[in-house]
Design a protein around this ligand. Structure first.
Ligand code: DX5
Ligand code: ZN
Length: 228
């Protein structure tokens, strides 16, 4: 059975008690998803590089999945590489930067590199050199910027397209989905082909985050048993 990575998004946690929120996961997560917003690429602000560095310091063994929703990558990307993420995902739509060069910068630093696509961005608009290089392709299933939005179901078509493209070209990327994931659509996302699932509100606004993750994992395993 293929491995599915569950990645709770800290943006959905109580900002005044992030360590309590992480403790509430009881290690039933795989990755910690860290959303970085600059108030320019998206209409919101979130965490800075010191925050990512503190996560690395306090949770040395954790896989930190950093999602950069920022312009000005020339300044911001090196700061997050330095902070010690495990994987850094940059957006294909980021203003005026060289996507291939930025992915190389991440990989040359020994980290995994991802590319994210906003809902209107078509797969055909991305050059194959990007897919060859990417360790992960992140399909946004909401407009980036805020947690708690409604899942855009047609994103699953993009996931299916990425699965076929990967098979045809023998690419190695994992497929991640982010935005509006909840207990009603999580198995659909996995069955469409997602390898990594981000969930913010669903995990942290539930009464028991650890129980939510266990239930999700059981539902996924059950669904994969029937379909694989
Ligand atoms: C949105 C962020 C997401 C967000 C998801 O721009 O990239 O990671 O935290 O939150 P939910 O799961 O609440 O949609
Ligand atoms: Zn995100």
């Amino acid at each position: 059975m293929r491995k599915i990575f569950l990645a709770p998004s800290l943006l959905g946690a109580n900002p005044l008690n992030i360590s309590g929120a992480i403790a509430s996961l009881e290690d039933r997560h795989d990755w910690l998803h860290l959303d970085i917003m600059d108030g320019h690429f998206v209409k919101n602000l979130s965490f800075g590089p010191e925050y990512a560095a503190a996560l690395r310091r306090y949770y040395p063994g954790s896989f930190i999945d950093t999602h950069l929703m920022v312009d000005n990558l020339d300044v911001i990307l090196p700061q997050f590489i330095e902070a010690g993420s495990s994987l850094i995902t940059i957006h294909a739509e980021t203003e005026g930067h060289l996507l291939h060069a930025s992915l190389m910068k991440i990989k040359n630093a020994g980290l995994r590199a991802g590319v994210a696509l906003c809902p209107p961005t078509k797969i055909s608009s991305i050059d194959e050199s990007i897919f060859e290089l990417a360790d992960l392709v992140l399909v946004m299933s909401v407009t980036p910027g805020f947690g708690g939005q409604k899942f855009i179901a047609s994103s699953l078509n993009k996931v299916r397209e990425l699965v076929s493209l990967r098979a045809v070209h023998k690419y190695n990327y994992l497929i991640e989905i982010d935005g509006g994931i909840n207990e009603n659509n999580i198995t659909q996302a996995v069955l469409a082909g997602c390898d990594a699932i981000v969930a913010g509100s669903a995990v942290f606004k539930s009464e028991d985050s650890a129980a939510w993750l266990s239930k999700a994992r059981d539902a996924i395993e059950e669904a994969l048993k029937d379909f694989e």
